[in-house]
Design a binder for this molecule. Structure first.
Ligand code: SF4
Length: 497
């Protein structure tokens, strides 16, 4: 293919990192940016969270000067940085440098006693190998631009930090010195920069899809490069193990009709065969055995929790800890009995939602019987963290955890499988396959992520009508999660008589 284009070998740090992941992605970014996928709300939330962490980390070196992105061209950002350095400023946020055809912005540049330090801020709770490439290219550019660095390292979130009152920035973050590793990589960085710039003077590189499309980051050109993959395909098989789907893909075995069943695991084979026959399978003995473990009264429990935020939202919580702000509870006290419903949702101004939730839940739960959850690992973890926080209630919480039963088990074990589950045992996959009339379609809030962001929105909006609407949407959504379990249990009972 011959492309008419204006040469664009410009590299920023993010373009350099994209090129390391896949040269084709960098080429598309520079010449065909319109082919990028739309940024989803959840990706936007991740970007925003990264920005918020970066801004907070500035307090490690307070009193610095920011070189903003907005309103300044890259040339102006470079000139502003140079001017501030010439004026003797010793702490800069987002300082801009250019060297060797690469433009970078440094999260924190600080002049300590021994000289200049470069700090890259990440919202993660530890080191990842990709960060070394990130910091190494910054080191290459900053030192090449005439600022000698005595230190280059990572600032990441300390997952042991427990918030008490305001955020203690010095405790929230941990620093990791990577200077030696980064210096060792400088020859490699120079070579890679040259290779990528060279690649950008040529036609689009021929790169086929592979694990690099996801690793270390989701590629923004996924939709473009993967458009030829049919649906369903080998990539939709769950728990595929070995050989991996790319092995089949490279052999031209992509559609379900093309896949050699003898090379698939039993779950994969079940998924393919059920799909091709549009069939449903129920292992009555296994389902019956599972149902035999349930004792009345039956309680069906579901929590909604906050996002995993790097900065703890509430006192007594750690980074990325999910705090429950809502539960829904259906109860059937005896066989053939009425279905009761209980719910609790933290008010918009609730200071500590976990305390109110736990008190309400312990009062509402029957003292005996099975407590049914979907993927009980989650509910058990949340309860365990509540027990850790509210020590006086810990024995009661522990007893509740003991009674948890996972309704996902017959589906995860494939004792029940319907082709419309598409290999998944999630509630959102099982419910429409078995009970299509009970649906999340049409709900304003239809997933946990939206529930979490809606609750945060409810806390910040000044509009009482919006607050009221979110409140009722949250109640409706969480109610459906537990009602779905009631109905699915009923479905299982009918199937085994
Ligand atoms: S989707 Fe995969 S092959 Fe395509 S540009 Fe991205 S990483 Fe490269």
């Amino acid at each position: 293919m011959t492309t008419t284009r204006t040469m664009n070998t410009f590299l920023s740090k993010s373009r350099y990192m994209l090129g390391l992941q896949c040269p084709k992605a960098l080429w598309l970014n520079n010449y065909r940016p319109e082919l990028k996928d739309e940024v989803s709300d959840s990706q936007e939330a991740v970007f925003q969270s990264g920005t918020d962490v970066g801004v907070l980390a500035r307090e490690i070196f307070p009193g610095g000067v920011e070189i903003p992105y907005d309103g300044l061209t890259t040339t102006e950002q470079l000139a502003r940085t140079r001017q501030l350095l010439d004026n003797g400023v010793t702490t800069l946020y987002e300082a801009a440098f250019s060297h060797d055809g690469v433009f970078v912005k440094v999260d924190l540049l600080h002049k300590g006693r021994g000289g200049w330090e470069l700090h890259e801020v990440k919202g993660s709770t530890g080191m990842k190998s990709v960060y070394l490439d990130d910091i190494a290219v910054q080191y290459h550019v900053v030192t090449g631009a005439g600022v000698p660095l005595r230190y280059a390292g990572l600032v990441h979130v300390n997952n042991q930090y427990v918030r008490q009152g305001g955020v203690d920035v010095q405790q929230l973050f941990t620093r990791q010195d990577l200077t030696e590793n980064v210096v060792d990589r400088q020859d490699e960085v120079r070579d890679r920069v040259a290779q990528l710039q060279d690649m950008l003077t040529d036609e689009i590189p021929n790169v086929v899809i592979g694990p690099h499309c996801y690793n270390p980051y989701g590629c923004p050109f996924h939709g473009h490069c993967w458009a030829h993959v049919p649906s369903p395909s080998v990539f939709d098989l769950r728990s595929y193990g070995k050989p991996d789907p790319f092995t089949f893909y490279r052999e031209g075995l992509v559609r379900y009709t093309e896949l050699p069943l003898d090379r698939l695991g039993w779950r994969q084979r079940q998924q393919v065969e059920a799909h091709l026959n549009q069939s449903q399978q129920v292992d009555q003995a296994a389902v019956g055995q599972f149902l035999g473990t349930l004792t009345y009264p039956l309680s069906f429990l579901d929590f909604e929790t906050t996002f995993m935020t790097p900065v703890p939202l509430f006192n007594g919580t750690r980074p990325y800890q999910q705090v429950p702000f809502q539960y829904s509870l259906h109860i059937i006290r005896e066989e053939g009995g009425e279905v009761e419903h209980h719910a609790w949702l933290a008010a918009a101004d609730e200071d500590n939602p976990a305390a109110g939730l736990l008190t309400s839940l312990l009062a509402a739960l029957p003292e005996t019987g099975a407590i049914i959850a979907w993927n009980k690992v989650f509910e058990s973890r949340i309860l365990g963290e509540l027990g850790d926080r509210f020590r006086k209630l810990a024995p009661e919480v522990a007893a509740v955890r003991e009674r948890l039963v996972d309704l996902m088990i017959p589906f995860r074990n494939r004792a029940v499988y319907d082709w419309q589950m598409h290999g998944s045992a999630s509630l959102k996959s099982v419910l429409p396959a078995l009970i299509p009339e009970l649906s999340y379609d049409g709900l304003e809030i239809a997933d946990g992520g939206t529930a979490a962001s809606s609750w945060l929105r409810m806390r910040t909006t000044d509009d009482p009508t919006e607050r009221e609407a979110i409140n009722s949407n949250l109640l409706e959504y969480c109610h459906l999660d537990t009602l779905a379990m009631v109905r699915i249990l009923g479905w299982l009972r009918e199937r085994v008589g």
